[in-house]
Design a protein around this ligand. Structure first.
Ligand code: FAD
Ligand code: NDP
Length: 493
């Protein structure tokens, strides 16, 4: 469609992390831009405002509830620092009320941001009619046809439910937990990846009996030594794990609880009663109900969109954020489903399309953190992946357990926190993986990610004078290699 015939230079479908960033950047380059965003209610009926997953049902409420859990730990520690804290009690309703209040203020901010950037906002669900036209339907059923020269799809994903009796009727997902009006009580979290462990961590952290049902391994795709440390920490802090199990049915009991039946890998069965059953078994991308065939955009078998520099097989249609197929990237990336990735890709795409820039999105060496509530930060390759790619002889792993100074007075565990650097020997011990479990791992990892992206070697870490006493200084002191077999355990300052 010639630019003169289309209503908009750019239409963005999805007003989440990627869509908002891309639309505002395109408008800042003088383009006429529209965004369609619409939230279909979750099966229990939860819905939310503009901003997508991160703001409403992801990073933001999750991190705030992680903070609630950390404050609980902090209050337990406080007595050994001289504070006389009367038995602290957590109020779920207050936490949810305040978190939701903050989210509403963010929703409002995003709406006014679009307005002040001159981006037209349609609170409507978009489906393609042809490669340049969508039909947008709002909650009252009003239909608007929108045409655009270029279209960016960033419709994100929604939690998956297992295909078992009672799951949708009686279970909830991460789309609901942050807005739960009453406390979750005894909670079963099904799944053992990011979403599952983070939700289980904060629910237990604010005082509710929590069980994780794990089908195989914790945190698939992450360094398994680190994943094991997170799991052990959770277990030592009272989270129960049912290992090697999958749920087979959920039934309501006469007392109003939920009876979950499950099957173990050896064929045996079990069951238990819970007040809340939270499914966190992965997410499906929202590409199946947007008329994508009418646009001619090809999908991978998992519903994701294969892209080259965010461009789909239809030259004027682009995709960013959670919906892109990380496996189809060159090289493949396992860290495509993160807010900052969607934002960066969206801004760079708008700059290339409308400001004559050429910088491409780099999906490699993206740092991430899992909040369990012990934080696990990672950038680069897991150890097992590094060995698979480069061969064991070419990898040197430097590691150390450590105990944060602030854990000493409350006598919190020895050898719980752990740091490791994975170095590529043939490239002068360039650091290709950094992993850390400990307080503020997210903050640490973000800083180190800059150095690693810039090609830092082990010698650069050794040459850097640490800040004492911090946890991050551990990375400037690593001297023990795994190959040596020497103990990585530590005591003292
Ligand atoms: P989204 O933010 O999901 O936005 C897509 C939007 O499009 C939604 O509003 C959707 O309703 C709308 N939409 C869908 N179809 C249509 C349509 N046809 N018409 C109109 N609108 C439509 N990432 C981090 O970096 N850090 C974290 O700590 C973190 N924590 C998370 C915790 C949880 C529980 C979850 C679930 C995710 C978390 N993530 C985190 C991941 C992060 O939220 C996502 O990677 C990010 O939001 C993806 O952005 P997006 O723009 O691709 O999609
Ligand atoms: P994942 O797909 O990463 O994990 C799904 C989990 O559910 C796995 O443990 C899987 O087990 C299990 N599972 C799958 N099917 C079943 C089943 N039928 N029965 C029982 N268990 C099952 O999904 P997540 O939703 O956790 O995360 C999605 C993405 O969201 C992440 O990749 C991440 O990018 C993003 N995110 C980022 C966060 C952050 O930055 N802190 C936080 C949360 C999410 P198995 O291993 O056996 O397959």
């Amino acid at each position: 469609m010639a630019a003169a015939e289309a209503q908009y230079d750019l239409l963005v479908i999805g007003g989440g992390s990627g869509g908002l960033a891309c639309s505002k950047r395109a408008a800042s380059h003088g383009k006429k831009v529209a965004v369609c965003d619409f939230v279909k209610p979750s099966p229990p009926g939860t819905t939310w405002g503009l901003g997508g997953t991160c703001v409403n049902v992801g990073c933001i409420p999750k991190k705030l509830m992680h903070q609630a859990a950390l404050l609980g730990e902090g209050m337990t520690d406080a007595e050994s620092f001289g504070w006389e804290v009367a038995a602290p009690k957590h109020n779920w309703e207050t936490m949810v009320g305040n978190v939701q209040g903050h989210i509403k203020s963010l929703n409002f901010g995003y709406r006014s941001d679009l307005m002040s950037n001159g981006v037209k906002y349609y609170n409507a669900y978009a489906t393609f009619l042809d490669p340049h036209t969508v039909e947008a339907v709002d909650k009252k059923g009003k239909v608007t046809k929108i045409t655009a020269s270029e279209i960016v799809i960033c419709t994100g994903g929604r939690p998956r439910y297992p295909d078992i009796p009672g799951a949708k009727e009686l279970g909830i997902t991460s789309d609901d937990v942050f807005a739960l009006k009453s406390p979750p009580g005894r909670t079963l979290v099904v799944g053992a990846s990011y979403v599952a462990l983070e939700c289980a961590g904060f629910i237990k952290g604010v005082g509710y009996d929590t069980t994780v049902m794990m089908r195989s391994i914790p945190l698939r795709g992450f360094d398994q030594q680190m994943a094991g440390l997170c799991k052990t920490y959770m277990q030592e802090h009272g989270v129960a794990f049912i290992e090697g199990a999958v749920p087979t049915a959920v039934e309501a009991t006469p007392s109003g609880a939920k009876k979950v039946s499950w099957k173990l890998a050896d064929g045996s069965v079990g069951s238990g009663e819970y007040d809340t059953v939270l499914f966190a078994i992965g997410r499906d991308v929202c590409t199946s109900a947007i008329g994508i065939d009418k646009a001619g955009v090809k999908l991978s078998s998992n519903g994701k969109v294969p892209t080259v520099n965010e461009q789909t097989n239809v030259p004027h249609i682009y995709a960013i954020g959670d919906i892109i197929d990380g496996e189809a990237l060159n090289p493949p990336s396992a860290t495509t489903e993160l807010t900052p990735v969607a934002i960066q890709a969206g801004k760079l795409l708008a700059d290339r399309l409308y400001a004559g820039k050429s910088a491409l999105m780099d999906y490699s060496m993206v740092a991430t953190t899992v909040y369990t509530p012990l934080e696990y930060g990672a950038v680069g390759l897991p150890e097992e992946e590094a060995i698979k790619l480069h061969g064991e002889d070419n990898i040197e792993v430097y590691h150390s357990y450590f105990k944060p100074l602030e854990w000493t007075l409350p006598h919190r565990g020895d050898n719980v926190c752990y740091a490791k650097l994975i170095c590529l020997k043939p490239e002068g011990e360039r650091v290709i993986g950094l992993h850390v479990c400990g307080p503020n791992a997210g903050e640490m990892t973000q800083g180190f990610a800059v150095a690693i992206k810039a090609g830092a070697t082990k010698a650069h870490f050794d040459d850097t004078v640490g800040i004492h006493p911090t946890v991050a200084e551990e990375f400037t002191l690593l001297a023990t290699t795994k190959r040596s077999g020497d103990s990585a355990e530590k005591s003292g300052c």
